[in-house]
Every structure is written in structure tokens, then in C-alpha cells.
Design a protein around this ligand. Structure first.
Ligand SMILES: [Zn+2]
Length: 324
């Protein structure tokens, strides 16, 4: 099995964005440590919009210098760096020591017109390529909002983006900010597509590596919500901000099964081994895990450490740069 451990490298986007130190720099350094001495390559999907905006503020010079140095370190340590776009950064401003962002109407690339979309993706991709001195070919949409892909197809073709890893089988959340409907995504670990990311087209020009999905039982969410309250030192996120809501009912996940992504974040890390067994049962050749440095907890780091120790000799921990 090829296992892709992918991390969206970013701040939080709600009222409390947290700090680069706690959300990105420190937890990523811990992730580096876990991979040390093992043949493990991560993929970091770097939120370039943050870097571009932060560059504009002299008071953020120290912070952004450290973040850029860490992105370069990802490469020098043998990890992969690919493109992650949260276009709401276009409208973000830094004042009085914090980011003011309004994600309404700018959370998805499809909220922008065709010219703006092309400009954003081109600028962000070029910025990242210059930073790491390497070509970027894979993409993950901010907030999984890659639909409708027809709005991105020309951009992908023109900028030679070949790989997408934004979807996960069974995902479905339609809210003001989110436009996610992955209910028809094939239960495959890799497929080609053309105009619709959810539809396999054998000779399609783009390759989808869906994030693996898992069916979590209600008791999982009882534990997830409960443990955070009971044992905050082990289960509270290392990042000092807060996830924005994806919508959907918290209550519903406490009474029904919920299919969502396989993740290293917080309590989700509990299911890494079970998800691997599921992928093996499905005879998948690839497994893609999503995580966020900001979403790590003491608990999740420990689970990931054990997952790597158990599996790094049996499986290949690889990244997208090695796929093309
Ligand atoms: Zn993101």
C-alpha cells in the first residue's frame, strides 16, 4: 500500500485564527521528528494565500520568514510541498495584531469570476514554485471546495496541474460557505477525470487521489466530544485557533453513522489502523490521509507515532511528487 500522509499547512479561518507559531511551526516540527530515521515522506499542502498576504505587513516579517524557512525545510527533509488555496485570503487584512477575514462570498474559488480564478491560481502556484524552487503539480482546494470543477478545468490545463486530492467518498455538506457533494465519488483510491471530479473518465487528463473515507460510528463522536472536555491536555488542539464549522448537525453524528475523511487530526487518529485495514480489504493500492499541523493533539501525535512505527516497513509512505 502506498500511504500519503497529507497535511494542510495553514492557520485557522474563523474569528480566532491562532498564531503561525502554534498552528504551523511548532506542530510541523513535531511531525518532522516523527518521520526522522524512517523512510516516510509527507505531503504538505501549503496555504499560499496566507504567505502572500502576510508579506504585505512589516510587523509579520519575522513570522513569515520563519514559515517560509519551514516550507523550504520540508523539501530539504525529503517531504513534498503542493498547492493549497483558500481564496478568502484575497480579502483578508491584518490590523491590531490579528487577521480580519470575512469568508462569506470568497471561501471558494468558484465564488470568483473566471479571470480572477485564473489570476489567483497562477499567482499562488508561481509564488510557491519560486519559494521551493520546484514545480508544483498537485492541488487541494480549501475546505474541499473543488466543485464545480468545470470552473477550474481551464486553469488546471493552462497551469499544468495534474493531480487533485480534494474529494472524499461520501462527503456532503452544503452550507453558505461550503459546496461539497461527494456522494457519487467512486470508491476507488485513484482515478482519472475530466470535467467532474466525482466522475471517472478512463482517459481523462487529471488524476484524482481521493482522501480515504471511513464510516465512523456514533460512539466515536461521543468519545470525540467527551474526551476533549474531560482530558483537555491530551485532546485539545496544539493550534491556538478554532476550526470553522462545516455545517451539518453535531447531534446527528451522535446518533447515526457518519462517513467522512480519514485524518490524523485529534481523536480521528484513533482510526488510522482501522482505515488501513479497510483500504486493504477494498484492495486499494493507495490510502490518502488528511491532517493539519494545527489539528494535532498530544493524543493524535502519539497515535501517529505508533501508526508509523507499526507500518513504515510494511507499507510505502510516499508523496505526490513521486507519482509523476
Ligand atoms: Zn485548508
Amino acid at each position: 500500500m502506498k500511504i500519503f500522509l497529507t497535511f494542510d499547512y495553514e492557520l485557522y479561518f474563523g474569528k480566532q485564527t491562532g498564531t503561525a507559531l502554534k498552528c504551523m511551526i511548532e506542530p510541523t516540527a513535531e511531525l518532522f521528528d516523527l518521520a526522522k530515521g524512517k523512510d516516510v515522506s509527507y505531503t504538505f499542502f501549503v496555504d499560499v494565500g496566507y504567505l502572500i498576504q502576510a508579506d504585505r505587513y512589516p510587523e509579520l516579517l519575522d513570522e513569515v520568514t520563519r514559515v517560509k524557512a519551514q516550507v523550504k525545510e520540508m523539501i530539504s527533509l525529503g517531504h513534498d510541498v503542493q498547492l493549497h488555496i483558500h481564496p478568502h485570503w484575497e480579502k483578508a487584512k491584518f490590523s491590531n495584531g490579528k487577521w480580519a477575514m470575512n469568508i462569506k462570498g470568497s471561501y471558494k474559488l468558484s465564488d470568483f469570476n473566471a479571470t480572477e480564478r485564473m489570476a489567483i491560481v497562477r499567482t499562488y502556484k508561481l509564488y510557491l514554485e519560486q519559494l521551493i524552487d520546484r514545480e508544483v503539480t498537485a492541488f487541494r482546494a480549501g475546505g474541499f471546495c473543488v466543485q464545480p470543477f468545470s470552473a477550474l478545468k481551464t486553469v488546471f490545463e493552462e497551469l499544468e496541474l495534474k493531480i487533485d486530492s480534494s474529494v472524499f467518498h461520501g462527503g456532503h455538506f452544503m452550507t453558505d460557505n461550503y459546496n461539497v457533494d461527494f456522494r457519487t465519488v467512486p470508491l476507488k483510491s485513484k482515478y482519472n477525470f475530466k470535467v467532474d471530479v466525482c466522475k471517472e473518465v478512463t482517459d481523462g487528463p487529471f488524476i484524482e487521489y481521493p482522501i480515504s473515507s471511513f464510516r465512523y460510528r456514533p460512539s466515536f463522536y461521543w468519545m470525540l466530544y467527551g474526551l476533549g472536555k474531560l482530558f483537555p491536555s491530551r485532546h485539545k488542539g496544539i493550534g491556538d485557533g478554532q476550526f470553522i464549522s462545516q455545517g451539518g448537525s453535531k447531534l446527528l453524528s451522535l446518533v447515526t453513522y457518519k462517513t467522512t475523511y480519514v485524518s490524523t487530526d485529534g481523536y480521528y487518529a484513533k482510526k488510522l489502523n482501522a482505515s488501513l485495514s479497510k483500504a486493504e480489504n477494498l484492495k486499494h493500492q493507495e490510502m490518502v490521509v488528511i491532517g493539519h499541523p494545527k489539528g494535532n493533539t498530544v493524543y493524535s501525535m502519539n497515535k501517529l507515532k505508533k501508526f508509523l512505527e507499526k507500518n513504515h516497513k510494511k507499507h510505502v509512505f510516499t508523496s505526490f511528487v513521486q507519482e509523476l
